[in-house]
Structure formats: structure tokens, C-alpha cells
Design a protein around this ligand. Sequence first.
Ligand code: SER
Length: 582
Amino acid sequence: MITADQLRQKYLDFFVARGHKIIPSAPLVPENDPSVLYTTAGMHPLVPYLLGQPHPLGKRLVDIQKCMRTDDIDEVGDTFHHTFFEMLGNWSLGDYFKKESITWSYEFLTRELKLDSGRLYISCFAGDEDAPKDEESAAVWQSLGIPADRIFFYGKKDNWWGPAGLTGPCGPDSEMFYDITQTPCGPDCFPGDNCSRFSEIWNNVFMEYNKTGPGKFEKLPFPNVDTGMGVERTLAVINGYADDYLTHLWQPAISLLEKLTGNSYSTRFRDFRIIADHLRAAVFIISDGVQPSNKERGYILRRLIRRVAVKLKSLTPDITTTASRLSLLYVDQMSPVYPELAVNSALTQQTLADEISRFLKTLDKGLREFEKIEKIDGKTAFDLFQTYGFPLEITAELASAKGYNIDTREFTSEFKKHQEMSHTASAGMFKGGLQDQSGTVVKYHTATHLLHQALRDVLGDHVHQKGSNITSARLRFDFSHSARITPEELIRIEEKVNQKISVDLPVTRTEMPKDQALAQGALAFFPEKYPETTSVYQIGDYSLELCGGPHVSSTGQIGRIKIVKEESAGSGIRRIYAQLEK
Ligand code: SER
């Protein structure tokens, strides 16, 4: 058996031996990247570098990145979709391109992981008005011995990756599939058709383009490579499993669920997979600072936890204890790789217990109400959400399990409205995404550094950043501080920031060893998350922070800021919203 630890290590070693520098996993909540709710791929934290900014560690990078894909929530329950997963990634920032990238992927798969090259299938970009057919990648694959009839060409939908927001780096990709069952699912069985025969294990994106608007693709200053390989799927493939949940990453959780609920995986596999997946995702999300709420990231977390509660209810009377035991198992299992899980374990336990108990108060009544309903229309679904806290997909799932009649059209439109609520800012966020590097977003970013220091000046040095989110309409900053901030303090904080803006301090970026920066008192969101050589932004003699940027070149460009709201963002954490004055 090859373990996840061995797979991660083999991958890092392989690329380090080929000149790559290891970068740490960024948090699941993108820091200062308003374009997405969660980090969905290893490339997110690297966007400024893919667009041309030099990376302090050079042109070849490798990492293991925590990822969260909310789009896949409905697929979870099958053998290979997950909301949270780990992505192995390697990057060339204007260094090597298709030949080396594909050759190394082939070597890693066949020599290091010992996969049978006769069972590898490949897809490449078919070409369209924006970019030519990727004959070059196909030729490299053929030179490595993959015959033409195992190389498929698809269009943008399948073989183009990015941008992550509306604009940003993107390009054609080449995907690698492994033939798991070696048995066609039907006459039209092909890689990428989502059947259980082919497992997509690796994606090499050749990021040559910057999408600057609808249908507008410009060449980037240099071509990059961005690759991503899912740990969970790859581990299943190399160990000969057709079901990810049979690997040792999931088996401890599955066995514990069997033991605690008295049910078996073989009869309740779908529910087991959903519980195992969603609870693991919740543990990671909470550890990265998110709390359940009715919007954005918090609503996604709420949906995950509540769905776990509903599924557990069908397996055991002891929902809270089972969830708690399972989450502790994940903390133990994963904290050697992700120490933040152990650090935040008590918070995770409390958050899960609180959210489940809040939901259980209304779940029974809601289920009774549900039993009375003959036809689920949009309005009923909304009532179930508003009165009993049922996330809509739970209602949809319960309804279809009972064979109830669902008015899909109305349901879908209500559901869309609802999703908009949970993605509120996602649409707005995309507009002001880091990918555009819009002037306003950059101003907010520098204002955030000033605010961080001003908070420390006024409230004390216990203040540390706990989160940050910027859109083109405002900044939001979370920090450690337990008491409510008085109106007088807020005025002093705001004035401090505006005074630093009015004296037009220069903003400079230097690269230095992380320890040196920390020794000089540089602030850092997650100090352990920054690479050994790191980029540091200094604002006059006022603020020093580890940060990838971008920032304005002098504070005068910001104008003035106004603090518009102050509130609690969880125990011991306050949140401030501020806007640029027009
Ligand atoms: N960004 C690409 C993906 O997520 C490669 O990592 O598939």
C-alpha cells in the first residue's frame, strides 16, 4: 500500500529534484483575494506571479494545497467527488513549458507511482477561435509512447482551465486519466464522460493567456505551467481501488461511523460518503476561521454541517456525539500535515456542537412539517428554510427520496435566488477580483495594512489579523480582540489611518528571509504559511507586513477611509468594515 504521506513526499521530492522550491499551503479562505469564496486550486495564491510579478522563490514551485470546491457538493456521494481535497501542484513561472511538464508527469506516474502506461489516457485542447489546437502537447505524449488513439481532443468546456474569476490567467490543458475498470461503460465510453471507468488524476494547464474581458484573451508576459493532482483520487488509483473511500484516508472515518451507528458502509455507502466528506470539509473550514452563518462562506459551512446532521439522523439517535467523535478523528489523522487542525480543535468541537444543536431544535418539527407536504414548491422550500433552517438541497433531497412531486421550475428559480444569497458577493466579488488588480481593490489592500497597525496602536499588541476580505466596495478585517470597540476608539482608529494616508507614506516591497522579517517585527496573518524567503511590504516607518501584494505606491493614493461597521465575528474576534470615501 502507498500511503497519502508517501504520495505527498514522493511528489515533493520528485519536483524538488527538478529544481522546484516548496511553498506552503495557503489557507482555504483566500487572503486578500476577493474573487472566490474558497481556495479551489493551488493556483489561486499564485495569481500575481502567474500575471508577471517575480516570485521570491523563483520560477519553479511545488506544493500541497488545501482546496474546497463548493460546485461539487451535489456530486458528493459517488466514489470520487469531494468538497474538501488536497491538491498536489507544480508550477513553472515563465520557465519550462509543455515538453518538460508532460514528460515529468509521465515519469512521475509511470516510474514513481508505477502506474501502467498502457492504461493512461490523455486529453488535449481541440482549438477554437481563441487558441489553436494543442498538437504540441499531443506530440509530446506520443513521443513518450502514448498512441494517438488514446489521446482525445476536446473543446474549452473540458480542456481549458481558468480564469478562476471573470478575468485572469488561463489556458489550454492536458488531462491524464487512468483506466480503472478496463471495461467500457457502453458504446460511447471515453475519458472525461464521468463514468467509473476513467479516473482523471492530473491536469497540466498551459497558462499562456490572460482573459481580460468576455471573449478577450491576451498573451501573458510569459507562458506558465500550472498543474494539479488530487491526492484522494490518485491514492485510490495507485492502490487499485475504484472507490476513493476505500483508501486509508477515509477508512478510519468509515469504520468509526460503522461502529458508532451500527450501520454498514456497504448498505449505506452514499450517506456514509456524504457524512465523511462534509464533516472533514467542515473541520478544515472552521480551522481556517469560518463560522456558520446565512451568507457566503458561512452558509456553505452551515449547509455542510446541517446535511451531516440530517444524514446522521437516519443512522443514529446520537448525532452530536457521533459528529464530534468523527471530527476528532480527522483532527488526529490530518494534523500532522495540517497543524492548524489541532490548534483549533476546541473551536471546531464547539462550533459543530453549537450548529448541530441549533439545527436539531427545529429539525424534528421541520421533518414533521415536511411529511405533511404533498408537493414541494419554491415557497414551501423557502418556508422550510426560514422556519426550520433546512438548506434547500436538503429539502430537495428529502423530497426526491420520498418520490414527492417537485415543481422543479419554481423550485429552481427560488433555489437560484437562494444560491445568490449564499454567493452574494461571489458575483460582486468577481467584479473586483484580485485578477483585475483593479485600482480600488489595491487601495483597499493597502488601507487594510494601515488599519491593522492602527488597531494595534489604539487597542494593543494583542490584535492580530484573523481574516480579511476585500471587494471593490469595501474592506472587511477580522482580528483578535474580545471587547466591543467603543465609538471613541473607532474614531481614533479611523483618524490614525487617515493621518497616515494624508502624509503620503511611501509603500515599498522587499524580499527577505521570513525569520529576518519576523525579527524586524513584520506582521503576518499565518506566519507558518509564508515561504522561507518572502515578500514584505513596508509603509513608511509605520507598517511592516509579510504580504504578496499588490499595493499602491504611496498612501496618498488611497484618499480617505471611513469605518462603517464594527461587530463580533466569533468568540474573541471582532470585525470591522471600512469604505473609501468618495
Ligand atoms: N488549476 C488546475 C486545476 O485546478 C490545475 O491545477 O485543475
